[in-house]
Design a protein around this ligand. Structure first.
Ligand code: ADP
Ligand code: F6P
Length: 467
């Protein structure tokens, strides 16, 4: 078994979702990854409780669930509006996913974001001891490291970004972009999902901050930070196990029964405009239009639990998918066959694993994605003797690793249509060879590998700084 790091690990993320022990439930990628990482660690997971109180008190609620200690704080409704729904999800998320058309630049959002980061720093500071390793996660908390440094914290502090880092010129459209990026210099290590994201960061540092890059070291004036590409993985052994559990086998059996011999294509995504769901439906529609012989022989199961429902762009994508799935089903369905089964619910992990396994094709077509763990889960759930085919957007971070998937341009309905046809007709030998290559990566670069790569860099960076 993997050794715990010598130092205690303090993980901080906006959302804290401790494991439930009942198969995972509907957790986002970050939550799933951190549950797995913390299960073997003796540290603390600190963040927002998901609850609001009229007035912020800074009271910390400690809990221990399935080996993970969590420490959470409540925020005010205004914090929720300005920090989470506002700056995080209406400003940074769209901009960092290349959707400048959806990004909103309100100064009140930025103020709320700063206020909440300060609140995190104020309440977290007394919990940090001796040589704790502090690891901050994601775009909600870029400034947290800098705020902790201002409070005198000298521990090693790392930051990992789960979403893409945008191209230099795109980032210039963010008011106060420079202040935001400069807060990253307070960290010892900054990790990105892909080489592409790391290079975009380098471009910004060179062009806007006048900094220099020397291997992993990024230097701006007196500040130096280690910046690495460190792709997140899934808890692969656990997922393979889940896919063979009784619940998964039962879900698989039920799914096979309900498919009635038809080939199933599966999509599983939070209901988010970055996931390319409209484009996916249009690509599938094109496949149906140009393959009349396949009507009644194939269907798409799209599982898309609603997400960030207070944000208008999310309400819009939801309505638009309701309409699009209805239109496609109306145009093609028969009394005994519906081409799209569109489901807005979450499922326990075991069950999801069984459903993945029953699908001949995994359709993962985000327009932009930091990584995309669904792609890796689909691969891990397959039957080695008769694996399905992964169709993967070249704009998902996972495409840097899963190069033997069918890589497509998610903006092109033709690409999606052709890939579906190719996947459904693919000979067993080719399916096995592609799956094996993807699976080797999923198993070797799993969540433990990711955590160790990051924490090793954090320990190494501090040693380098001390030398
Ligand atoms: P993101 O972090 O943007 O949501 P990822 O693909 O990286 O995207 O991670 C999504 C995670 O959420 C995966 O672990 C996936 O299994 C889980 N998930 C997504 N949809 C569902 C669902 N309907 N039921 C259960 N889990 C889900
Ligand atoms: O993986 C990216 C991410 O934004 C995580 O930070 C987050 O936990 C997950 O997606 C789900 O989003 P949210 O926490 O806003 O529901």
């Amino acid at each position: 078994m993997e050794q715990c790091p010598m130092s205690r690990l303090i993980i901080i993320s906006n959302r804290v979702q401790p494991p439930t022990g009942e198969g995972g439930g509907n957790q986002g990628g970050l939550a799933v990854a951190l549950s797995a990482a913390l299960r073997e660690s003796s540290g603390i997971w600190f963040g927002w409780s998901g609850e609001t109180v009229d007035e912020f008190t800074g009271k910390i609620d400690f809990q221990r669930n399935f080996g993970v200690t969590t420490a959470t704080i409540d925020l005010e409704p205004q914090d929720l509006d300005e920090y989470y729904n506002g700056y995080a999800n209406r400003t940074l998320w769209p901009l960092f996913h290349y959707r400048i058309d959806l990004a909103e630049f309100e100064s009140g959002f930025a103020e709320g974001y700063e206020r909440v980061n300060q609140r995190f720093a104020d309440t977290l500071e007394p919990l940090i001891e001796g040589d704790d390793l502090v690891w901050v996660h994601d775009y909600h908390l870029f400034p947290l490291g800098a705020r902790l440094r201002e409070k005198g914290i000298r521990n090693r502090i790392g930051f990992f970004l789960h979403i893409p880092w945008p191209p230099y010129r795109l980032l210039l459209s963010l008011p106060n972009h420079r202040e935001l990026v400069e807060t990253l210099l307070a960290y010892d290590v900054v990790g990105f999902q892909t080489r592409d994201a790391l290079e975009c960061f380098h471009d910004y540092v060179r062009n806007e901050l006048g900094g220099t890059i020397d291997g992993n070291r990024v230097t701006v004036g007196d500040h130096s930070v280690t910046a690495i590409a460190c792709p997140i993985g899934i808890d692969a052994d656990n997922f393979v196990e889940a896919s063979q559990s009784a619940a998964a086998r039962y879900a698989h059996y039920r799914m096979r029964q309900s498919t009635n011999g038809r080939d199933m294509i599966i999509g599983v995504d939070r209901l988010d405009y970055s996931k390319g769901l409209e484009e996916r439906f249009l690509g599938y529609e094109r496949y149906l239009s140009s393959n009349a012989g396949q009507h009644g022989e194939v269907f798409l199961l799209q599982i898309a639990p609603p997400s960030r429902g207070d944000v208008q762009s999310y309400q819009e994508i939801r309505s638009s998918l309701d309409a699009l799935s209805g239109r496609i089903n109306g145009a093609f369905a028969d009394v005994e066959w519906v081409p799209i089964r569109y489901v807005n619910r979450g499922y326990p992990r075991d069950k999801l694993a069984g459903i993945y396994r029953a699908a001949k094709v995994g359709l993962v077509t985000p327009l932009r994605d930091g990584m995309n763990l669904v792609a890796k889960e689909y691969v891990a759930a397959q039957d080695p003797e008769d694996p399905g085919v992964l169709i993967l957007s070249r704009f998902a971070g996972a495409a840097e690793q899963l190069t033997d998937a069918l890589l497509i341009n998610p903006h092109s309905p033709e690409d999606i249509c052709d890939a579906i046809a190719q996947a459904l007709a693919m000979p067993l030998e080719e399916r096995q060879a592609r799956w094996r290559a993807c699976m080797d990566n999923v198993m070797s670069q799993d969540v433990v590998w990711w955590r160790k790569r990051f924490t090793d860099a954090l320990e190494g960076a501090a040693a380098a700084a001390a030398a």
